[in-house]
Design a protein around this ligand. Structure first.
Ligand code: AMP
Length: 639
């Protein structure tokens, strides 16, 4: 049956159980859903939702084992490190063995169903073997991004209470060795929870101390279990597969808890309908396994779909800005997934780098994680001559809330500046933040919410804290029926149903009674051709409440080399903002900097910028990419 996007989406909401029962056939089950008396979705206890309860499956089986028969000799994982000059491919059959070997090691260390395994790892293949091996055993992984320092790691260790931690001696970034093991040792000293074992993957990059009995080396155990056979532990669809910590408005990170069956079905559905990846093809996602994009689209999504995944350790600009495109060509990637920030980094490099490689295999470039500004989208689209598809989602949802489902309706038009329309199962509602009423007038700003139940693949709860899950996400609009999940993003919907994300509700600024999204101003500022990147924050002002201040990185820094030049350029940018947005959004100042303070995943540290401008303490900066960025910003700001 052919269907268009609108019918598909309508069915996913109004005939929810029938729709997802069909999607569930995309994966393998030991006990299929809907058998016996269980519902497809148990939504009887909002805000919770249990997908495919009573059905049993295994995530590792779906990512690896089931492909060994039909495509055992096809590539499953290609690892490329421009840091250690390694490049190696594993077929599905070889990956199957590596995962069983890792599972045997974890079993020997006492890991079983429901136990937690924490990973504090750089981008090495063993990290992916460990994720897959953990879920193979019915255990629960928690990957902590390698950029977190000891104190943040300790908080996560105490919350997840893992039996085993898998780590490496070190990572490497831009040729600089970053030791991991000493940071983990410190974290374990700080934590109140103690682990049974630390499994150490020694890459030979940095010296690592071993604590007798607790710390064990991977290599000898790998040799011992080289040919191990370890079957998959079938678990209930609702059994947790992993915990992934994400920051909230409070200091304590939230452990986003994901299920097993719902997640596998959601990913398989997204790979077909959104990313259009086919078995035997190659998917290249440039994220890191420490983030949700890495979980869903470096590890599980491509593998569940029977695709090769390319895992890359290194900078996008090393040895030069053509490195990613060389991998697209070499491995014939059909789908690529990156973040707008990465594209803006490339924008500052030699555009010829993008033309050096044959990108004919590539069908689409997907970008997500932060707002995709129109100039960047246009620039990359022109540079590589491929369609750019924005997709909007969160750690909590695990897969896109908004995008375009070209897998069902190939001609569905994308619109610059918009991540698209709601994806299957996401009943997106824009609500008025003060009245809680749905917004029906086009182009009117509201809070992006999702009606209960969330579709398969989204967070089940906050690990160990159901009350926090209910309070954080579901209590903003108490009068709503069904209950509304708050994304904490502002959005508008145009007359054709396309959504535009205007930024976090928690970053809103209020200028002389006018509510403005910093994102809207950023888009206007970056409309000036000299600007490569910009961050706008609201700074306290005694007259207007708040004023927006723009921090801009120029494509050519010499354009603001003297105070006179800087002033002239600022005047031009003001004019651009006036034209794009109106004088109401004009920043009070444009401060030119060489680099913006960001996390290593590319998120702007807005709060820290704001704190610098307001002379306050910047708070936790453990994830900052370049620690000198804030000092420079402070100096140019004049604080
Ligand atoms: P995270 O959970 O760290 O992935 O951050 C999720 C947040 O990033 C969302 O709530 C949005 O504010 C923002 N975000 C993610 N993807 C997009 C996108 N495509 N367009 C605009 N904002 C996005």
């Amino acid at each position: 049956m052919t269907m268009n996007y609108a019918e598909l989406h309508r069915r996913s909401i109004t005939e929810r159980d029938a729709f997802w029962r069909e999607q569930a056939t995309r994966i393998d089950w030991a006990t299929p859903p809907g058998d016996g008396h269980e519902a497809i979705c148990d939504a009887s206890q909002p805000p919770f939702a249990r997908w495919f309860p009573g059905a049993t499956t295994n995530l590792c089986h779906n990512a690896v084992d089931r492909h060994v028969g039909p495509r055992g000799d096809q590539p499953a994982l290609t690892y490329v490190s421009t840091e250690t000059n390694q490049e190696r491919t594993w077929t599905f059959r070889e990956l199957h063995q590596e995962v069983q070997t890792m599972a045997a090691i974890l079993q020997q260390l006492g890991v079983g169903r429901g136990d937690r395994v924490l990973l504090y790892m750089p981008m090495v293949p063993e990290a992916i073997f460990a994720m897959l091996a953990t879920v193979r055993l019915g255990a629960i992984h928690s990957v902590v991004f390698g950029g977190f320092a000891s104190a943040s790691l300790a908080t996560r260790i105490d919350d997840a209470r893992p039996k085993v931690i898998v780590t490496a001696d070190a990572g490497s970034r831009g040729g600089k060795v970053v030791a991991y093991k000493p940071l983990l040792d410190d974290a374990l000293r700080l934590a109140t929870h103690s682990v049974d074992h630390v499994l150490l993957v020694d890459r030979g990059l940095a010296p690592a101390e071993r604590q007798a009995t607790r710390d064990v080396d991977y290599l000898p155990l790998h040799e011992q279990h080289r040919q191990a056979h370890v079957g998959c532990t079938w678990v209930d669809s609702t059994h947790p597969s992993y915990i992934l910590y994400t920051s909230g408005t409070t200091g304590k990170p939230k452990g986003v808890q994901r299920d097993t069956g719902g997640y596998a079905v959601a990913l398989a559905t997204s790979m077909d309908l959104i990313y259009q990846g086919k078995p035997g093809e190659t998917f290249f996602c440039t994220s890191d396994i420490g983030w949700v994009v890495g979980h869903s689209y470096i590890v599980y999504g491509p593998l569940v779909a029977g695709m090769r995944t390319v895992v890359y350790e290194g900078l996008p600009t090393c040895p030069d800005a053509a490195v990613w495109w060389s991998l697209v060509e070499k491995y014939q990637a059909t789908v690529m997934f990156s973040a707008p920030t990465a594209i803006r980094v490339l924008k500052k490099q030699d555009p010829e780098c993008l033309k050096r490689h044959d990108l004919s295999s590539l069908k689409h470039l997907f970008l997500a994680g932060e707002p995709l500004d129109e100039p960047t989208a246009r620039w990359i689209s022109d540079a590589i001559g491929k369609p750019i598809i924005d997709n909007y989602w969160q750690t909590e949802t695990g897969w896109p809330i908004l995008s375009v489902a070209h897998g069902v309706e190939p001609g569905f038009p994308t619109r610059f500046g918009s991540p698209g329309v709601p994806m299957p199962g996401f009943d997106v509602q824009l609500l008025d933040d003060s009245t809680g009423q749905p917004i029906t007038t086009p182009d009117t700003k509201g809070v992006v919410t999702i009606s209960h139940p969330l579709p398969p693949g989204c967070l089940q709860t906050v690990w160990g804290d159901d009350a926090r899950f209910a309070k954080t996400y579901w209590s903003s609009f108490p009068q709503r029926q069904p209950m509304a999940y708050n994304t904490f993003d502002w959005g508008i919907r145009d007359a054709d149903g396309y959504y535009f994300i205007l930024g976090r509700t928690d970053d809103v600024i209020n200028v002389a009674g006018h509510r403005l999204g910093t994102r809207e101003i950023e888009e206007a500022v970056s409309g000036h051709s000299a600007v490569a990147e910009v961050a706008v924050v609201g700074v306290a002002d005694s007259l207007k409440g708040q004023v927006p201040v723009a921090f801009a990185v120029l494509r050519d820094a010499s354009r603001a080399a003297t105070p006179e030049l800087a002033q002239a350029l600022q005047a031009e940018i003001f004019k651009t903002v006036d034209q794009h947005l109106g004088a109401v959004g004009r920043p009070s100042r444009v401060v030119f900097v060489n680099v913006l303070p960001k996390t290593r995943s590319g998120k702007l540290l807005r709060r820290a910028i704001q704190a610098v401008c307001e002379g306050r303490d910047t708070g936790d900066l453990t994830t900052i990419e370049d620690p000198t960025a804030l000092a420079q910003l402070k100096e140019r700001w004049g604080g």
